[in-house]
Design a protein around this ligand. Sequence first.
Ligand SMILES: Nc1ncnc2c1ncn2[C@@H]1O[C@H](COP(=O)(O)OP(=O)(O)OP(=O)(O)O)[C@@H](O)[C@H]1O
Ligand SMILES: [Mg+2]
Length: 346
Amino acid sequence: MADSDLLLDVRNLSIQYRQVGSVNSAVNDVSFSVRRGEVVGIVGESGSGKSSTMFGVLGLTRRSGTIVGGSVHFEGEQLYSATPAGLNGLSDEEWRRVRGNAIGLVTQNPRGALNPVMRLGEQLITMYTAHREATADQARARAIELLEIVGINDPVRRLRAFPHELSGGMAQRVLIAMALACSPRLLIADEPTSGLDVTVQAQVLDDLRHAVDEVGSSLLVVTQNLSIVANYCDRVYVMHAGEIVEEAPTERFFEQPSYPASAALLAAQRGIADKRLQLTGFPVDGRQLPAGCLLHNRCPFSMVEDGCTTVHPDFVEVVPGHFSRCHRTAAVTETVRTQLLSEGSA
Ligand SMILES: Nc1ncnc2c1ncn2[C@@H]1O[C@H](COP(=O)(O)OP(=O)(O)OP(=O)(O)O)[C@@H](O)[C@H]1O
Ligand SMILES: [Mg+2]
């Protein structure tokens, strides 16, 4: 990859939540990238660390969280590198240039992110003028334009609406509009359609994709919905227990997933009830990570002889551009080919 194509480069990010008597290792040594013009998906079960990772990109954590390791580069510039003493990187003033400006973030839970006592117009205008010199008229025109871009009808009237007057899909669109206000080079959207009706999901996604194209952003989208990945993403990363466990170009991912949890996700989506493609038990507790592969307690492919219970697997390139963190990749690949793909295509 030519360096000039690299937009976002996250290396070895680790985040912990420290509470009395426990440390939850929620994000463990996570590395990933987004190229210019790319749509990248991040999937993984609930609690696998997706949202923590997205906040981490912006040097932020939620309550009790600490970024304990790693670095983030954006457009070749280092945003920070984590040291034991804290983040070494941009000043508060420089972060304002990045957060909400060069990088837009749509957080999970749209209602919580909108100010309930402020009209939409004011919220959009405040967001825009926080980063851009603009007259009141220019800011208002931009707010109207943004609502149009994200597919909201009658935007002039909507400027006067309060958040409680919006449907879920509408609230989600407004958040996307706010994140796009300053034409960010990267938009991070954390589960932008969860909680919406299936029909509305497709519309919001189409509008999101259209809006991203319009402002020329790259898109990093977190989702648990594989059809979103199939329809919108160029490349996908899978997370499990705070780790990146698989990376593949989208087409390859659906043709030949090589990590057991990915195969299980696809089998579930396609309604295939084959025990060889199902995880058992409960998600791993970040406060007590097991030895070896973090999935081994739940994995139908786990073999003591192959080191699954003792040796932490490396992230290995299966074919160019496709990586998997599994000692049993060959067995997974074979089972996927015979069980998942044959039935899936039937
Ligand atoms: N503020 C917090 N304090 C303590 N633990 C937290 C906090 N936020 C997240 N965690 C823990 O960190 C882990 C990762 O959570 P995170 O929200 O990043 O996962 P996620 O993949 O986004 O999940 P979901 O799909 O449910 O949104 C979980 O074990 C979660 O309980
Ligand atoms: Mg989340």
